[in-house]
Design a binder for this molecule. Sequence first.
Ligand SMILES: Cc1ncc(COP(=O)(O)O)c(C=O)c1O
Length: 358
Amino acid sequence: MRSAPFPYILAADGTAAVKATPPPGGQFIDLSLNESSYGASPRAIAAATARCADPARYPDPASTDLREALGRVHDLDPARIVCGNGSEDLLDIIGRIYARPGDEILFTEHGFAQFRLIATRLGATPVTAAEHHLTAQVEALLAAVTERTKILYLANPNNPTGTYLPTPELRRLHAGLPQSVLLVIDAAYAEYVGASDYDSGLTLARDNSAKNIVVTHTFSKAYGLAAFRVGWAYAPAGAIGAMNLVRAIGNLNAIAQAAALAALDDPGFVARTCEHTAGERTRLTAALTSLGIAVPNGRTNFLLAGFPDAGAAHRHLARDGIVTRPVADHGLPTYLRLTIGLPAENDAVIASLRSFMV
Ligand SMILES: Cc1ncc(COP(=O)(O)O)c(C=O)c1O
């Protein structure tokens, strides 16, 4: 018998993770990956640059300084924080710890693409629950739970819909779940929401009696550090031990640790990023809506734009040097997802779509 990868691993579709490349000799505006258009704190960049001067030394494998700083900033026990190579690393590790072939992994109809990928790569069964108005529905999620459900992944707010479950709904979801199901709240876009009825899930998770909640966060979005790949999770004590056993020992490199630590020290930068993003989101939404383009109400650094022929809109924008993300793979064939850019970039989007819609 020849050695061979498990067939279910080969069935996983990793094509979603594509970084756009500029046309030969040309410029383009990349709005395809929900990156921050406002960059990173100068303090983070300086700290990363300084750490580059000593490349021969390994990073702290426990990310101690960063976990302690996160504990102070978010009022959390650092012992219950684990850092990862982006939050995708942690979402993946959680899957590997809690699910195996035959188990079910639950997420919503238009849930973040990585959830399906995690399930498929584990040989577990992906199960989806219907959304309502592009928003997660507590009843549908609870109705989809079976005795084989091991994990419920909820991106809150979700990518690509941009919608979120308000805190009372999140509480209702958790209260209705059996303790045997781990609720993983992926709060990658938490900083952008800015609504009084929103909590990233940390309030729920801080409660020691909640032994089945993990909340993940990232420095890739509002902190503008996507290149360095820094994520963190707050998890019950029992899960933290297992996550630390499964993760690669040096999963967060020293430059990334230094950058994230310094970024935490500059909350004003993140606040300004979120303020500018929200202002541009409102402006872009109004402009696209006035062109007859459907824009569902999201609270993140991207938005969905609906077209009778999203493929034609995608090609038209691309001809004008603007790269957006079709989201048919998320069950949304009539939409494009686009990052909220800088004001001039958003002006270019509006101008391009104005000529498309005539
Ligand atoms: C909902 C959601 N979760 C997690 C991630 C992964 O982020 P990272 O691995 O950069 O922390 C993304 C990235 O786009 C996302 O949209």
